[in-house]
Design a protein around this ligand. Sequence first.
Ligand code: NAI
Length: 251
Amino acid sequence: MPRLQDKIALITGSAAGIGLATAQLFAAEGAHVYITDVDGEGAAKAAAELTGRGLGATAMTVDVSRGQDVSALMRTIEQQHKKLDVVVNNAGINVRTDFRNMSDADWVRLREVNLDGIIRIARDAFPLMKASGRASLVNLASIMGHRGMRTLAAYGATKGAISALTRGLAVEFAPFGIRVNALAPGFIETALTERVLRIDAFSKALIEQTPLRRFGTAEDVAQAVLFFASDESAFITGAELAVDGGMQAML
Ligand code: NAI
């Protein structure tokens, strides 16, 4: 039996990368997926590909940093399905810059998408997750919330906050049947990392720090999201799973 049969799932930032791989896997496992992204065209294309195969998908243009987009999204799901069984807070950006030269605008944008967006989605999706009676919220944190790397201090700060938020929400939402967990991916080959992983010496050094000796794929992460989304993790809440080929474990 498919692992998400008849579940209603919302995935933010799901026109590309980890979000898209997750939406595709969820739909194949029987869920109706809301594919939402600031890139509305990409979201529509991804949803059309799934509905063309007879799978359940709805596309919406949603910038998680805009309160009115998120409110409109929740109203639509309320009207169409009246509940949310799975929410994946995946939308995220990176601003790679020498910390000393980072502009206020760069920091505000990073925070608005990576942190304010997750907080807004978790808060506004709460009534719909409560209506499910058995919901799972999965947040995309990062290895950078636990380790330092040049040019990634501010990004890491937003991701470390997501780890803390996950634990707090796990405690606060448990009485309502909502589990909350996080993933901490290492280096995954997507558009987010494409430019830096193309730098040969950097790439080589990263692989040497990865016991499994490769970068991750969006599908590697999607499989871990599916575990937290499904009843296979029914007694797990407030946890964070590293999906990093062993990078965090290595001295
Ligand atoms: P990606 O850049 O390939 O895809 C991100 C998607 O989010 C894009 O479709 C983009 O249009 C969308 N997006 C960006 N800003 C948005 C906004 N304001 N509202 C809605 N959608 C928005 O990124 P990737 O690699 O798939 O990352 C997904 C998540 O995983 C992010 O939260 C990222 O921080 C996290 N992550 C990624 C790692 C990696 O190595 N790729 C490692 C650790 C964490």
